[in-house]
Structures are given as structure tokens and as C-alpha cells.
Design a protein around this ligand. Structure first.
Ligand SMILES: Cc1cc2nc3c(=O)[nH]c(=O)nc-3n(C[C@H](O)[C@H](O)[C@H](O)COP(=O)(O)OP(=O)(O)OC[C@H]3O[C@@H](n4cnc5c(N)ncnc54)[C@H](O)[C@@H]3O)c2cc1C
Length: 296
């Protein structure tokens, strides 16, 4: 049983099938979070990159062609019963398996304000950025890592002005992203700036921010894209399993969690690289060790 249809879950399914296991994969988004990647440039083999959507759909079809079963439902509950893993999906059906791989990824964190879900607050620039096309918009990206950099870069092609707002004193992204951001005149980086509040009735109108240099000010914006860190998706697990203080699943060097027969792969795991390539490698290894476990 594989939980998650992102790169880790799909690769786990591909390898598990090819290793002779019968695999059922839960999830409703073929490719998981990769749909947010405009152009996947750092996966070997695609010289000019590949869109995240295309990559996800191909990996999905590849696992399907190998015989993996995809009910296209998520698991609502995942527990343990009489030595088996047991999952109840969103259609209310129960499935059991002697081994499982958790590849549920992680979700972006939101702002700790009551109106954080108002119109104009987004998590995915690829998905929602086009809403602002041709509107001479001013957009804010909150965060400073590679994901924030990607949001800012893709939005700079759509908006008149993009502000990249980070509370740190430097951007925590790699040099390639920093160089690209420096080259875009319509991206303005605001460091040491804390977002205090979102202003607007039903639709975002402005951000209240605080910085050491300017104090508390209001910045008018048409839209906000959040890239403020992540929460591992582990709520579905209905039993105690060892996690890091940040909530990532702890695994041994064979990707087994603290529960015998339960493996973890990809972004949900205590990894040091939250990337497609690393997630795929994890998926392949988790399938190999799950097969060895089942054989034993
Ligand atoms: C904007 C952005 C840009 C990025 N750019 C790059 C890049 O250029 N290069 C790169 O290598 N990486 C990039 N990444 C990171 C990359 O997308 C992730 O590392 C990768 O998708 C992780 O794969 P995964 O399979 O572990 O998890 P995910 O892709 O998150 O997939 C997990 C899936 O499991 C689902 N799930 C959760 N709970 C359940 C449940 N109970 N039942 C069933 N399914 C469940 C989730 O909804 C999700 O669809 C980017 C990420 C973002 C957000």
C-alpha cells in the first residue's frame, strides 16, 4: 500500500510492481506537488526541462502501465489491525496490506492570522498567477527559499511588480535562483520584513509589514503568494510513529519508520533534500526495502 501519488509514491509503485509486488496507490493528484513546478530543470535527462504537470502525468502512466492500482481516492484513515496496515479511503472502502510506504509529502504553512484564506491569498504561482495577467498587478511573495524564488520568477512574467518579502536578513535560496532574481528589474527584495496583518474585506488590498528600517507600514498589493515553510502530511496516521520536532517521519537507513513494515519516502520523511530527484530515489529505495521486508 502506497500513500501519495507524488514523485516518491509513483516511483515506489513503479519499483514495487517491477519487483513483483501488488501495489495499490492512494492519492487524487497524479504527480503530487510537481504540478506547481513550471519547468523542472534540475532532473537529469530533460535538457530543456519538463513541466511539472507533464512529469507527474508521465510518472503516473508509467506506474499504471506496470500494473499499479490507482483508486484515485485519498486515505482518510490509516491504522494497524491484526498485524496488517489498514486504510479507509474517501469512498469509505477499506484496504489492508502487510507493508506500506508513506509518501504523503508536505503542505505549505499559512499565515497565523484569521483572514489568511481571503481571496487573493495563494500558494501556487503556476496555478493562480495567470489570474493577474494583463492587470498591471503588484504581487507579494512571502518567503525566501527556492520555492519563494520560483514563485517570484514566474510571477515577474505576469505582474508589473513583484515584492519578495522575507523576515530573514538574507535569501535562503541557491545561487542560481538569486542570480535570476537579480536580473529581473520588476522583482524587489525586502529583507528583515515581517508581515503583521492582511488588509481587505473579502479580497486582499494591502499588507501591514514591520521592518527595522521603516517601522510599521502598509504595502498595497493585488495578490499574495505564500512560501513560508511546510507541514509534513502525517495526520492520516492513526498510531504513534517517531517524528522529528518539525513533524517529519524518522526513518532508518532502509527507510523504515519506527513501525515495522512501514516505510517513508520523499518530502514527508526526515530528508535533507526536498526535491523531485530525492523523492524519486526515496520511492525506489523504499520499494526495494519493502520487498525485502515482505520476502523475509
Ligand atoms: C513551487 C514549487 C517549486 C518546486 N520546484 C522544484 C524544482 O524545480 N525541482 C525539484 O526537484 N523540486 C521542486 N519542488 C519540490 C518538489 O515538488 C517536491 O520535493 C516533490 O514533489 C516531493 O515529492 P513527494 O512525492 O515526496 O511529495 P508530494 O509531491 O507532495 O506528493 C505527495 C502527495 O500525497 C498526497 N497526500 C497527502 N495525504 C494523503 C492521504 N492521506 N492520502 C493520499 N494522498 C495523500 C498529497 O496531497 C500529495 O499529492 C518544488 C516545490 C514547489 C512547491
Amino acid at each position: 500500500m502506497v500513500l501519495g501519488t507524488g514523485p516518491a509514491g509513483l516511483t515506489a509503485a513503479l519499483y514495487a510492481q517491477r519487483l513483483g509486488l501488488s501495489t495499490i496507490v492512494f492519492g487524487d493528484t497524479p504527480g503530487g506537488n510537481v504540478y506547481m513546478i513550471a519547468n523542472l530543470m534540475n532532473y537529469p535527462g530533460f535538457i530543456d526541462g519538463i513541466t511539472g504537470t507533464q512529469f507527474g502525468l508521465s510518472a503516473f502512466k508509467q506506474a499504471q502501465n506496470e500494473g499499479a492500482i490507482f483508486p484515485m481516492t485519498r486515505l482518510d484513515l490509516f491504522g494497524r489491525k491484526e498485524g496488517m496496515f489498514s486504510g479507509v479511503d474517501t469512498d469509505g472502502k477499506t484496504y489492508t496490506a502487510p507493508a506500506a510506504i508513506v509518501a504523503t509529502g508536505r503542505a505549505p504553512k499559512s499565515l497565523p492570522v484569521s483572514n489568511a484564506r481571503m481571496k487573493g491569498i495563494h500558494f501556487c504561482s503556476i496555478c493562480d498567477g495567470p489570474l493577474y495577467r494583463g492587470q498591471n498587478a503588484t504581487l507579494a511573495v512571502i518567503g525566501g527559499d527556492n520555492a519563494a524564488g520560483q514563485h517570484a520568477l514566474s510571477l515577474s512574467r505576469i505582474a508589473a511588480r513583484v515584492m519578495l518579502i522575507s523576515r530573514s536578513d538574507r535569501l535562503g535560496m541557491d545561487a542560481a535562483h538569486k542570480t535570476l532574481i537579480d536580473r529581473h528589474e520588476n522583482i524587489e527584495v525586502k529583507l528583515r520584513t515581517n508581515v503583521l496583518a492582511l488588509k481587505g474585506q473579502d479580497v486582499i488590498e494591502a499588507l501591514t509589514v514591520e521592518s527595522e528600517t521603516v517601522g510599521i507600514t502598509e504595502i498595497p498589493v493585488d495578490g499574495v503568494f505564500l512560501a513560508m515553510g511546510w507541514q509534513p502530511n502525517t495526520k492520516v496516521l492513526d498510531f504513534h510513529v517517531e517524528k522529528t520536532p518539525e513533524g517529519y517521519l524518522v526513518t532508518d537507513n532502509r527507510l523504515m519508520t519506527s513501525i515495522v513494515g512501514l516505510f517513508a519516502a520523499g518530502d514527508v520523511r526526515d530528508t535533507d533534500m526536498w526535491q523531485v530527484l530525492a523523492a524519486c530515489a526515496d520511492g525506489a529505495r523504499a520499494a526495494k526495502y519493502a520487498a525485502e521486508f515482505l520476502e523475509r
